[in-house]
Write a protein that binds this ligand. Structure first.
Ligand SMILES: CCCCCCCC/C=C\CCCCCCCC(=O)SCCNC(=O)CCNC(=O)[C@H](O)C(C)(C)COP(=O)(O)OP(=O)(O)OC[C@H]1O[C@@H](n2cnc3c(N)ncnc32)[C@H](O)[C@@H]1OP(=O)(O)O
Length: 188
């Protein structure tokens, strides 16, 4: 394994307005494939602020998430980690960021019906670069590790989303700001 973070970093500082530990976090966008309640076959990942620089997430692997018969698709698992890691950056640092790089180690197959518990941690900050990592455990917070991930998120201005987002979707959000940051009922 290469050293992590790969460059010298500053210790990250939890934002003073970050949600308190054990706070259930809202979905960040109702049409997000990772967390959005309006996406029928999305991951519906739910997250809770943890202590210090951590966020705990979980999602249920359903039959619409298969790659091989009865097993989760690796790309969807990577998506769940992208979401869990990005949620940690967004909520704990309270800065908009996008994924620059995401690497995953798939350690065990994940059957349909598994609840994957993903613990994400902010490891270091170097300028606009935020290094984060996570472990996903099967069916309990102390279950077997199925997936490990590391990522680089890059802090951006809100303008990034306005410049690059599709006009009609930006218009929908302007008309219904509740599509962003809406609280949702919890599932596993
Ligand atoms: C007020 C707000 C409060 C917030 C409240 C919280 C609410 C909840 C929050 C949130 C939940 C969110 C959950 C979402 C989770 C999912 C996230 C996604 O899936 S994001 C979509 C996929 N990713 C993209 O679409 C990026 C596409 N790429 C780009 O747009 C650019 O390449 C970008 C912005 C990443 C970088 O471009 P540049 O021009 O701005 O900057 P340059 O200089 O190229 O990079 C900056 C530094 O990063 C390094 N870098 C960039 N990409 C790298 C890479 N792939 N590998 C290594 N280094 C990389 C560069 O080498 C540079 O490093 P050096 O500063 O020079 O040391």
């Amino acid at each position: 394994m290469n050293s992590w973070p790969p460059v010298p970093t500053e210790p990250p500082a939890r934002h003073p307005d970050a949600p308190a530990p054990d706070t259930e976090l809202p979905e960040h966008y109702a049409y997000c494939f990772g967390c959005g309640s309006e996406v029928e076959h999305g991951l519906h990942l739910r997250a809770t602020a943890g202590d210090d620089l951590t966020v705990r997430s979980r999602f249920l692997v359903t039959e619409t998430h298969q790659g091989a018969p009865g097993l989760a698709h690796g790309g969807l698992l990577a998506c769940a980690f992208d979401e869990a890691l990005g949620t940690a950056v967004g909520h704990l640092l309270r800065r908009p960021a996008v994924t620059g790089r995401l690497e995953t180690d798939f350690v065990r197959p994940v059957p349909v019906g598994t609840v994957l518990h993903i613990d994400a941690h902010i490891d270091g900050v170097a300028g606009r670069k935020v290094y984060v990592s996570a472990e996903g455990r099967m069916n309990s917070v102390v279950g077997d590790i199925a997936v490990r991930a590391r990522a680089l998120f890059v802090l951006v201005e809100l303008k990034h989303f306005i410049d690059h987002g599709r006009r009609e979707d930006l218009r929908k959000v302007a008309e219904d700001p509740g599509l962003l940051g809406r609280s949702v009922d919890l599932n596993p």
